[in-house]
Design a protein around this ligand. Structure first.
Ligand SMILES: CC(=O)SCCNC(=O)CCNC(=O)[C@H](O)C(C)(C)COP(=O)(O)OP(=O)(O)OC[C@H]1O[C@@H](n2cnc3c(N)ncnc32)[C@H](O)[C@@H]1OP(=O)(O)O
Ligand SMILES: O=CC(=O)O
Ligand SMILES: [Mg+2]
Length: 723
């Protein structure tokens, strides 16, 4: 069969055109010739602008490097620095105040406050789990994690531990007491719950009873009111379902027959095509798009072996309850899905333009992920994603307002091409590059009709902090970078500008990832600061983390925090511009330097080996203290740039890095020894592509565009795939 080809000599990879023509376009009843014609025209029109924007990044970086080099050894004068950044157009003038006008936004983004899960799109099993993570078992989240310490008889290592089970139930009921208190008594002592007119009645063993302190927290019920199967409570707009089953595993033992408590958890999920994914060629990109198609169609399935059994995972249906007036009370059964496209940097082999150039991957992502998501908008029933007619695209790594404007222009062109109403495509702006942070208000203005979030991607942002000021001097150790004035100013200013631009009610103000997936007790301590800061969402690495982080949004009324933020002194631009360098009066000890180098290299090698050898884009890698860290391309950007910076400024030597790499390769090989097919780096020596990639990431770190890791990762992964 001859595939439709555009007339302007562009070349489409046959597998890609087959996928689009056979698996996607027929679902739209779209004419393939017209589609490819429009697609290649769009590429022809927009690729040159994309390339100009990248050239501008390089030119600005060069000017910044030169400025620092000309002042080598001198203290940095912040006023002079600010004036210089304005002069070169890195810092732009702020215009008049305005408010965003985004419309047709689903409540999960516009009105509610709760966790946002992120998941690599290439992993169908995880992606389905994420889509279903709207609801999570509180009992499971407490039982399986360290929020209840796994010691003193409460261990989890030998099958089911009844003592731990009891502790879980006690903790879960303490949560009910805190968030849904009874007028009298405690949920711990309730022996049955009934629904009486508009009230929940809790009965105690002595025959006494109590209602809820706030009766309106009861919103719906399932089953008989006198013996409910489930009751639905609501606080700060978030639901909690108490499930009863007198024969259930937990219900049979429980005084009130509570079998589980389900918490509305990941209100939204970012399906990630970017930093948690290794997609380097047509084959990989089709896998990415095919999974997205399955999610948008509701047909994605994954079969896998777990606990000795084959399981098939599918997307959950919606949930249905009966409200207190007897009317249907439907609830979304799945997380609202957003799709993170790649940024403006990379090109891909899916298509070549008329001149034989590979095309910007971000343009292809915008067209294909929108084409697929548009299928969801046609649905009126079944497994729908947006119920307000929107497609949510998260756009990472944009540098400043011009690049945001370019994304919006691209989105408008895609809308025209697909016959979608203007502003159907919404944009989530990752505030993760320094030029975007510094010009955030103007970035939001550039997308004011479609912006649905500003999110502090502090990991990329840290990488860009290092790269931008690479020539300014040596940076503090990684942990200390996080406690300097710049980062607090960055986080605070993001919320302040978000509020000033009227995001609440239309868009999210978001906070970054919890990057220690197993440290849930620590997360419960630390991540409450996110809702406290006024952010109405924050990223979590797993469904369990979503269920636990959801509890914070019950404790804190985010929207009530906004007045406080509006009244405080705004974060200062000077703090933002203060580069977290090692101060003159601080000398790092040999030991501190050695640990920092080893730690960076261990994480870097642990991540890179799985990326390059196996195409795994997101991994949990133990750090030097044996804490499993979520590593993705953004964390790799930090570690590689940090090492490159220390090498450049003589904090460590090339020989020291090389010695550490040899040693850490053995550590990482040992960590991976149980992985079938793993090829140890220490045995392959100079033949290990992963090891070579790691060397380049460090030793060529200074010359990587904005410190990004994807050009080298892609190049080495392609070598492995071709071999
Ligand atoms: C800077 C940034 O850009 S951050 C954004 C990018 N980062 C991410 O997307 C992080 C996503 N998270 C992950 O990929 C994983 O949680 C990792 C790699 C960090 C840890 O993975 P693992 O160690 O294999 O997870 P772990 O063994 O603890 O848990 C596995 C279970 O949790 C589930 N799970 C873990 N993470 C996720 C997730 N993000 N979404 C959905 N399910 C998940 C798996 O489906 C699996 O359950 P199953 O066996 O029922 O399928
Ligand atoms: O994308 C998120 C980040 O922290 O970077
Ligand atoms: Mg990022």
């Amino acid at each position: 069969m001859t595939m439709p080809q555009p007339k302007n000599n562009s070349v489409i990879q046959p597998d890609f055109s087959r996928f689009i023509n056979e698996e996607v376009l027929p679902l739209h009843k779209m004419d393939a010739n017209q589609f490819w014609q429009d697609f290649s025209q769009l590429i022809e029109d927009l690729s040159p602008i994309n390339r100009q924007l990248l050239a501008k990044r390089d030119s600005l970086q060069q000017q910044i490097d030169d400025w620092h080099l000309a002042r080598k050894g001198q203290p940095m004068d912040i006023n002079e620095y600010e004036a210089f950044l304005r002069e070169i157009g890195y810092l732009v003038e702020e215009g008049e105040d305005f408010t965003i006008t985004t419309t047709n936004v689903d409540d999960e983004i516009a009105k509610l406050a709760g966790p946002q899960l992120v998941v690599p799109v290439k992993n169908a099993r995880f992606a389905l789990n994420a889509a279903n993570a709207r609801w999570g078992s509180l009992y499971d989240a407490f039982y399986g994690t360290d929020v209840i310490a796994k010691n003193n008889g409460l261990e989890t290592n030998k099958g089911y531990n009844p003592a731990r089970g009891e502790a879980v139930i006690k903790k879960a009921k303490a949560f009910l007491d805190e968030v849904f208190p009874l007028e009298n008594g405690s949920h711990q002592d309730v022996s049955s719950y009934v629904v009486y007119y508009h009230h929940l009645l809790a009965f105690f063993e002595d025959g006494s009873q109590s209602g809820l302190k706030q009766a309106c927290q009861l919103v719906a019920v399932n089953g008989q009111r006198s013996e409910p199967e489930a009751i639905l409570l609501r606080n700060h707009g978030l639901h909690v379902e108490i499930q009863f089953d007198r024969n259930g595993v937990n219900g049979a033992k429980d005084k009130a027959n509570i079998n589980d408590i389900l918490v509305e958890s990941a209100l939204s999920t970012i399906i990630d095509c970017e930093d948690s994914v290794a997609a380097v060629d047509t084959e990989d990109k089709i896998e990415v798009y095919r999974n997205w198609l399955g999610l948008m169609q509701g047909t994605l399935e994954a079969s896998f072996k777990k606990d000795g059994e084959i399981q098939t995972r599918r997307m959950n249906p919606d949930k249905f309850f009966t409200d207190l007036d007897g009317q249907a009370y439907p609830l979304h059964g799945r997380s609202l899905l957003l799709i993170r496209n790649v940024g403006h940097l990379m090109e891909c082999d899916l298509m070549q333009d008329g001149l034989g150039n590979f095309v910007p991957e971000g343009i292809v992502d915008a067209v294909v992920t929108s084409l697929i998501a548009a299928l969801d908008l046609k649905k009126t029933e079944g497994l729908r994603n947006s119920r307000t007619g929107s497609i949510y695209i998260v756009k990472p790594k944009m540098h400043g307002p011009e690049e945001v404007a370019f994304s919006c222009e691209l989105f408008s062109r895609v809308e025209d091409m697909l016959g979608l109403a203007r502003n159907t495509l919404k944009i989530g702006i990752m505030d993760e590059e320094r030029r975007t942070t510094l010009n955030l208000k103007e970035c939001i203005r550039a997308a004011k009709e479609r912006v649905v979030f500003i999110n502090t991607g502090f990991l990329d942002r840290t990488g860009d902090e290092i790269h931008t000021s690479m020539q300014a001097g040596a940076f503090l150790p990684k942990e200390q970078i996080k406690s300097q004035a710049w980062i607090q100013a960055y986080e605070n200013r993001n919320v302040e500008i978000g509020l000033a631009c009227g995001l609440p009610g239309r868009a999210q103000i978001g906070k970054g990832m919890w990057a220690m997936p197993d440290e849930m007790a620590a997360m419960m301590e630390a991540k409450v600061t996110h809702p406290k800061s006024g952010a109405n969402t924050a990223w979590v690495p797993s469904p369990t983390a979503a269920t636990l982080h959801a509890l914070h949004y019950h404790q804190i009324d985010v929207f009530a925090r906004h007045e406080r933020v509006k009244q405080r002194t705004p974060a200062s631009l000077k703090d933002l511009l203060t580069v977290p360098l090692i101060p003159d009066n601080l000398t790092l000890s040999e030991k501190v330097i050695e640990r920092e180098v080893d730690n960076n290299i261990q994480g870097l090698l642990g991540y890179v080996v799985r990326w390059v050898e196996d195409g795994v884009g997101c991994s949990k890698v133990p750090d030097i203290n044996n804490v499993g860290l979520m590593e993705d391309r953004a964390t790799l950007r930090i570690s590689s740039q940090h090492l490159a910076n220390w090498l450049l400024h003589g904090i460590c030597s090339r020989a020291q890095i090389e010695e550490s790499m040899q040693r850490m390769a053995k550590v990482v090989d040992e960590q991976n020894q149980a992985t079938p097919g793993y090829r140890p780096m220490s045995e392959q020596g100079a033949n290990s592509q992963a090891f070579k990639a790691a060397q380049d990431l460090i030793f060529k770190g200074v010359i990587q565009a904005n410190g990004y890791t994807e050009p080298l990762l892609h190049a080495y992964r392609i070598k492995v795939k071709q071999a």
